[in-house]
Design a protein around this ligand. Structure first.
Ligand SMILES: *[C@@H]1O[C@H](CO)[C@@H](O)[C@H](O)[C@H]1NC(C)=O
Ligand SMILES: *[C@@H]1O[C@H](CO)[C@@H](O)[C@H](O)[C@H]1NC(C)=O
Length: 314
């Protein structure tokens, strides 16, 4: 059992890290795909100004509705234009069940083809008509806020541009959206954890080196549930927080994060951010150094066990 767990954890870790590496390079805000489509269609605007309108009445979560993305889970300056895929955000705890059926592996540009298809005439089509827009994840992981106020957990859009645009506002305890192995290309969910008091409006956008939130949030987490029902939860430092060009890279965050589990149902505890030992310190047997020199630990929660990513003030 243990061997299976460790092997899966390695696979998970590789996928998780490659995903964060991709996200680091998304600073342009507008993907090459979107740029290409904008040029192609500028002189050929269909209905609704050459964009596909966000389906506001279907229980989806609108992302920066006042910007060019107009609610879609795309960068604020990116439009949902004809002949492209437009990802959307689901309510907390739920995952999008729609993506390009032809995009089956984690590779570029297929990794961007999430959500609904914006057809050439400016209408939307739903790729999997037999599936809902959103569905509960496995429910195996919650985010728990002991720091007061709110904590913005911001999930990356995958398939999509992998920016951290999907908001989960945690005031006490909220279930995170955790995929099982049937999710797109078997990928896991990735979250940026913002300092307490930063709203999801401020935290779940790209941001800048001016503030330790958004893409520069101190901590990141990831989770997925495998085909045996084991859930891997990873918690660690955001490599971007540690970069030479990040002005606050030596500042200790004023909050901590750790993984706790119900009963003794997890392997790999403790797994925590270790502020006593400074920036980039990690506490526990599962601590490892990954992409960008960032330290992180991974825990395996047995089938049916809930893990909690717990935030405390430091
Ligand atoms: C998937 O690929 C096939 C064959 O290339 C194509 O005909 C079809 O339109 C594609 N489907 C989508 C949803 O893009
Ligand atoms: C989805 O999860 C929520 C709790 O997070 C639960 O209340 C609801 O019943 C679940 N829905 C389905 C269809 O399982």
């Amino acid at each position: 059992m243990k061997t299976v767990g460790i092997a899966s954890a390695v696979v998970f870790t590789l996928e998780f890290l490659s995903s964060f590496t991709e996200a680091q390079h998304d600073g342009s805000q507008l993907s090459p795909i979107a740029r290409r489509h904008q040029h192609r269609h500028r002189s050929n605007l269909g209905k609704r100004d050459g964009q596909c309108a966000f389906p506001g009445n279907d229980g989806l979560v609108s992302v920066t509705p006042g910007s060019s993305n107009a609610g879609w889970a795309m960068s604020p300056d990116q439009q949902c234009t004809p002949n492209s895929w437009c990802p959307y955000a689901c309510p907390s705890g739920q995952l999008s069940m729609q993506w390009d059926p032809n995009a089956t592996t984690y590779s570029y540009p297929q990794s961007q083809y999430g959500g609904l298809h914006c057809d050439s005439d400016g209408s939307i089509s739903k790729p999997f008509s037999d599936k809902p827009y959103c569905q509960n994840g496995t429910g195996a992981v919650t985010a728990k806020n002991n720091a007061g106020g709110n904590v913005a957990f911001c999930q990356t859009v995958l398939p999509g541009n992998e920016a951290m645009l999907i908001p989960t506002d945690v005031t006490s305890e909220t279930t995170l959206a955790v995929p099982d192995q049937t999710y797109w290309a078997g990928t896991s969910a990735h979250y940026y954890i913002n300092p307490p008091g930063v709203s999801t409006d401020d935290g779940c956008v790209w941001g800048s080196t001016a503030n330790p939130y958004g893409n520069w949030a101190p901590y990141v987490a990831g989770a997925n549930t495998d085909s045996n029902g084991i859930t891997y939860v990873k918690l660690g430092w955001n490599p971007i927080y540690l970069e030479q060009t990040t002005p606050f890279r030596n500042d200790k965050p004023k909050f901590t994060a750790e993984i706790q589990c119900d009963g003794d149902g997890c392997d790999g505890l403790p797994c925590a951010i270790d502020l006593d030992n400074g920036v980039n310190a990690c506490k526990g047997p599962g601590c490892n150094t990954g992409a960008g020199g960032a330290n992180a630990c991974t825990v395996a929660a047995h089938k049916g066990v809930k893990a909690h990513i717990v935030i405390n003030s430091a």
